[in-house]
Design a protein around this ligand. Sequence first.
Ligand SMILES: C[S@@+](CC[C@H](N)C(=O)[O-])C[C@H]1O[C@@H](n2cnc3c(N)ncnc32)[C@H](O)[C@@H]1O
Length: 282
Amino acid sequence: MTDEQEQVQPSGVWATAVGVARVRALESARENALFRDPLAQAFAAAGGLWPSAPLPDDEAARRRRLGVAFSIVIRTKFLDDLLRQASASGIRQVVLLGAGMDSRAFRMDWPEGTRLFEVDTAAPLDFKASVLRREQAVPRCERRTVTVDLREDWPGALAAAGHDPAAPTVWIAEGLLIYLPEDAVEVLLARITAQSAVGSRMGLTLGSRGVIERFGADAAPGPAASMWVSEMPDDPIGWLAGHGWEAAGHTLRERAAAYGRPISAPPQHDEGPGGLISAVRR
Ligand SMILES: C[S@@+](CC[C@H](N)C(=O)[O-])C[C@H]1O[C@@H](n2cnc3c(N)ncnc32)[C@H](O)[C@@H]1O
């Protein structure tokens, strides 16, 4: 059997990771792309999302789809920059929680000695592995995959894969927390904190208040928004401070303007799917 025949097709929550790859492939093809992800198209194609489907006719659905795609592009750039800053600060451990089709291990420059962990469940990691094999992709750092459900006791699995909690880590939870119930998010953050030496960093995306109602309510089964279950707390900075993190919050609008992609719609329509958080462990 060939790799292609064996390939599991995306389903459930992890199918969203292939949708994210589709957005990154589209962005990578732009002349003024905010990042280039050369593997994204292969992930999207393997999941049946390339060539990309036309936008829906319905104006509201169209706006929602473009809004989600825009937020993915901006958050990707935001977290790429956060990771570069973490590397520059001397951090050599990277953990991508709910890594999906994230290809940063392959597409970014990493300092010598960087160890990058991709944590996700078995189906997306297997799917990803078969695409990476076909593409003969070579990581640019020491890449390790950790197959575990993040609602379970994942720190043990991460440690078994070689993570050292005594050395600082940069953690990324991109497009993940919105899929976890609030109590699971709370436990996840406590566990991240327990594995974070002083000086560790973190980049999070949080569903903005009201986004589930605005984006998810009329989503047919299947689209990512219909699986969203949690939004950011009222005071995300205070919430993180309570866990021992000094955090800063950024809006999509502010980051988009900084990256030369200003949002022209008035602020009340600005509420994209996620707040962008950077944090340092004190
Ligand atoms: C929207 S995708 C984002 C993927 C990646 N972070 C990115 O931005 O490209 C959400 C990812 O979270 C993963 N995920 C959701 N719930 C999870 C859980 N309980 N344990 C592990 N991974 C989970 C899914 O499998 C999927 O890969």
